[in-house]
Write a protein that binds this ligand. Structure first.
Ligand SMILES: C[S@@+](CC[C@H](N)C(=O)[O-])C[C@H]1O[C@@H](n2cnc3c(N)ncnc32)[C@H](O)[C@@H]1O
Length: 309
């Protein structure tokens, strides 16, 4: 155990540098392959049969889904404008009026935005959907009209298709395909890529193709893991080796990507065409679940980018 800890620390320092270089290299080479390694496909294929067991090997993803549904909702809401029929004082009303009045104003704004959200009919592409944990929930949202989930692991796609049949309401809204990202036609209002970039050899290629699939004014939402000793400690040493919360061999520190690298990548590749809408750290607290926090450079994180029209 101590050996694992000491070696892990050394590995963290060494790998941290090499992976950073590789992400940068992909930026400049215009990498185009969105393929995944046979090793990753085999790994996820073996996990597929128990994907929907909420107490099984993918329980951490099931728990994380709650917080990512919240994150997506908040980001989508943040892009809506309050209608002209709702009065918003032209001053900072929180300090100027009594609490009951400011609460009443807030309630009115929130109801207005909620009404606007329920009128939306957004189309969503979930890249690396796995067994469909997020795609299914997204397809149940009233403001989402269509979800396409894609993945390169055939067993995951089969499990996702079979599970979606259990809910007849999903029949015309949710579709799954075993397809690589560059082959998906069209553009979507929302493209999501959850816990997947850390499993590919060329994450910059995935980002580039995912971004091409976002409509103007649309949103790309992603989650992955910062590369550093703390991430190694929580996601590999504790989650995989100590507590067995995640199947062993799921994560490789050299594939983790820092949130700052993703921001920089967008800045370099699409300087005038993107806006970082939100970036939040997220961490798992046993007996509580995943929480969002503002420390975005350690551990797991979510990001949302808007494609400027
Ligand atoms: C950790 S799972 C996450 C699944 C799902 N996004 C979730 O969070 O519930 C990673 C998934 O990405 C898929 N994947 C890996 N490389 C991929 C690629 N190049 N294109 C599409 N899917 C990929 C794997 O097959 C696996 O299902």
């Amino acid at each position: 155990m101590i050996n694992l800890w000491v070696n892990g620390g050394r590995i963290a320092a060494w790998v941290g540098r090499s992976a950073f270089r590789s992400f940068i290299r992909q930026q400049s080479s215009g990498a185009s392959s969105t393929a995944s390694s046979a090793e990753e496909i085999l790994h996820f294929g073996q996990l597929a049969p128990t994907w929907w067991d909420v107490r099984g090997p993918q329980r951490i993803l099931h728990k994380m889904n709650l917080v990512r549904m919240d994150f997506v909702r908040e980001v989508v809401l943040s892009q809506l404008k309050v209608g002209s029929e709702t009065f918003i004082p032209g001053y900072n009303y929180h300090d100027m009026v009594s609490k009951p009045i400011s609460q009443a104003i807030e309630k009115q704004i929130s109801q207005d935005l909620q009404a606007k959200l329920s009128e939306k009919r957004l189309e969503l592409l979930d890249v690396g959907c796995g067994g469909g944990i997020f795609a299914e929930c997204a397809a149940r949202l009233p403001y989402v009209s269509k979800v396409l989930g894609i993945d390169v692991t055939p067993e995951c796609v089969e499990v996702a298709k079979a599970h979606s049949k259990l809910d007849p309401q999903l029949k015309d809204k949710l579709e799954y395909k075993m397809e690589s990202l560059e082959k998906v036609p069209g553009q979507y209002d929302i493209v999501t890529c959850f816990e997947m970039l850390e499993h590919v050899d060329e994450p910059a290629a995935i980002l580039r193709h995912a971004w091409q699939k976002v409509k103007p004014d649309g949103i790309l939402v992603l989650s992955t893991i910062n590369r550093g000793p703390l991430s190694w400690f929580t996601t590999i040493f504790v989650a995989e080796n100590l507590l067995g919360l995640v199947p062993r061999g799921t994560h490789h520190l050299d594939k983790y990507i820092n949130s700052a690298e993703i921001s920089q990548w967008f800045q370099d590749e699409y300087p005038a065409a993107h806006k970082l809408l939100e970036c939040k750290g997220t961490m798992y607290i046993p007996a509580k679940g995943w929480i969002l926090h503002d420390q975005t450079d350690v551990g797991n994180y979510f990001m949302a980018f808007k494609k400027l029209a």
